[in-house]
Structure formats: structure tokens, C-alpha cells
Design a protein. Structure first.
Length: 101
């Protein structure tokens, strides 16, 4: 039973870490897109107005992605904390059970 709980906690932690990695990849792609916009502008493929318009949209997406990352990181920290607390409680429970026998 104890190992099953640990496995569930571990899976939940791993899943959240993977979600954070995907969001960081998304953020990196958006930052790459911003760099390309600057390059296109320097090559005169975009006007200053087009650059500003496109940049604002992508910057908004980056800000939203960063918020998502922060939320996932907070969830991860909370999950780890709960796991540690549950583990401690189980250890105390098991040590008490051993003393009774």
C-alpha cells in the first residue's frame, strides 16, 4: 500500500515536471519568434508597425506562458511538500506499529 502511494505521488510529480518542461519549450519557441521578427525588420521584411504589432502579440503569449510556468512550479512545490508530509506521517505510523508488536 505504501509503495503504491509513493508511486502515485511520484507519477504526479513527474507529470508536473514534464508539463513545466513543455511550457519552457513553448516559451523558448516564442522567444525565438521574437528574434526572427527583429531579423525580418532589419531585413526590411516588416515595417516598424508590423514589428510592433507582432511583438506585442508574442510578448503577451510569453507573459501568459510564464504565468502558467509559475502556477505549475507552485503546484509542484505543493505536491512535493504534501508527499514529504505524507511520507513522514507513514514513517511515524509504522514506527508506532513496530513498537506495539
Amino acid at each position: 500500500m505504501c509503495s503504491q502511494r509513493s508511486e502515485v505521488w511520484g507519477n504526479q510529480i513527474q507529470l508536473t515536471k514534464q508539463e513545466i518542461l513543455k511550457l519552457r519549450e513553448k516559451e523558448n519557441k516564442l522567444n525565438d519568434r521574437l528574434a526572427r521578427f527583429e531579423q525580418f525588420y532589419s531585413e526590411e521584411k516588416f515595417t516598424k508597425e508590423e514589428l510592433n504589432e507582432k511583438t506585442k502579440k508574442v510578448e503577451a503569449q510569453i507573459a501568459e506562458t510564464q504565468k502558467e510556468i509559475q502556477a505549475k512550479e507552485a503546484k509542484l512545490e505543493e505536491t512535493i511538500k504534501k508527499f514529504e508530509e505524507a511520507t513522514q506521517a507513514m514513517e511515524i505510523e509504522e514506527s508506532g506499529a513496530l513498537r506495539k508488536t
